[in-house]
Design a protein around this ligand. Structure first.
Ligand code: TYC
Length: 103
């Protein structure tokens, strides 16, 4: 069109492709005095695809520091993983707490 903004002899900068990354969320486990260590390790292996060694390290971090990061994901995936942990813990009547937090 005659009056469109780019209808001139102006040299335009090429559009830089913007690959938008989704906001990311940390999935955190919280310590408590009752959930067995073995159950926490099993949760981390199962829902966060960690090796037994990695899972044990994260569990011990939570046990000693009070909180630990199991993984970082887009919001919907982080929420799903949190619910999977909470449902599994509830099923076995462990008080394990899991939450998510923006990065
Ligand atoms: N503190 C628990 C115990 O001594 C173990 C534990 C670790 C519980 C991590 C929760 O997120 C947790 N049995």
């Amino acid at each position: 069109m005659a009056n469109s903004p780019n209808d001139s002899n102006t040299i335009l900068k090429p559009e830089i492709e913007k690959t938008k990354l989704p906001p990311m969320f940390k999935v955190l486990l919280l310590n408590d005095d009752y959930t067995p260590m073995e159950f926490v390790v099993e949760c981390i292996e199962r829902f966060f695809n960690k090796s037994r060694e990695q899972a044990t390290k994260i569990m011990l971090q939570v046990h000693t520091e009070g909180v630990g990061i199991c993984g970082i994901y887009p919001q919907d995936i982080a929420e799903t993983k949190m619910h999977q942990v909470l449902n599994f813990a509830k099923e076995l009547q462990h008080p394990l707490q899991c939450t998510i937090e923006p990065v």
